[in-house]
Design a protein around this ligand. Structure first.
Ligand code: NAG
Ligand code: NAG
Ligand code: NAG
Length: 211
């Protein structure tokens, strides 16, 4: 599918959000949207990752022949808000021809995976002697929830705006493919951003946190 591979081409196109290098000495109260929160400020770190990410991996239980019942991790472009404003809600632009859409139409238990390795300036993620994408210091986040259509006209307008400003190519995607804005209903999260194992985050803490 051309348009599905086209989504993958968007990998690596990161927004030009500036991140302070002294993040590890930053106090929780001093960062603003786009800054990297300190380690173990789990909910804030999660919101920062979702806000800064231009793409994530959506994981569904496959209904496709040949992979029935297997986890299907598909790349998709996301936006949770304008660059200076975050909602914590991953908005997506998808067509019913996308296999992930077909999967979650049958089983709407989905997860979305994020890595800080997506951001070019995170040294802890670069493969090296003391850093790696799998290092606990290279944050990994998994959002847990379900996908939903957007029915409210104001929210639909907002979703279009936040997606199309960060992914201008979307405006050219063919009308015949019936792309529509959708969103993830976040019901919880799991994150690892330091040594000692991952932790779960409640939806309430996630949405309360300052990105
Ligand atoms: C940020 O977005 C929310 C909608 O989620 C809106 O209510 C709010 O006014 C926006 N704030 C700014 C500064 O744009
Ligand atoms: C989806 O997740 C819920 C909550 O964990 C679970 O009760 C339900 O059985 C799951 N649905 C499917 C189709 O697996
Ligand atoms: C979204 O709407 C379409 C068309 O009405 C429907 O087929 C689909 O099941 C809906 N998806 C979800 C996740 O509610």
């Amino acid at each position: 599918m051309f348009w599905i591979s086209a989504v993958a081409i968007l990998i690596g196109i990161c927004s030009a959000v500036e991140v302070q290098e002294s993040y590890h000495v930053m106090k929780a109260a001093t960062y603003s949207v786009g800054d990297r929160p300190p380690y173990m400020e789990y909910a804030a770190r999660a919101r920062y990752m979702v806000h800064r990410a231009d793409w994530a991996i959506i994981n569904t239980v496959s209904i496709q022949p040949g992979m029935l019942g297997f986890p299907f991790g598909n790349i998709l472009s996301i936006s949770d808000g304008l660059v200076d404003n975050s909602t914590g809600i991953p908005y997506v632009y998808l067509t019913r021809f996308d296999v992930s859409v077909q999967d979650f139409s049958v089983n709407n238990n989905v997860t979305m995976t994020f890595t800080e390795n997506e951001f070019p300036d995170i040294n802890e993620c670069k493969p090296g002697k003391i850093s790696d994408p799998e290092s606990p210091l290279c944050s990994r986040l998994i959002l847990i929830g379900s996908m939903a259509n957007i029915t409210d006209a104001t929210e639909l307008e907002f979703a279009k705006k936040v997606l199309f400003t960060r992914h201008p190519y979307m405006t050219d995607w063919p009308a015949t493919h019936e792309f529509r804005c959708m969103k993830m209903i976040v019901k919880g999260a799991w994150i690892i951003d330091f040594f000692g194992g991952g932790v779960t985050i409640s939806a309430e803490d996630y949405f309360k946190a300052k990105p």
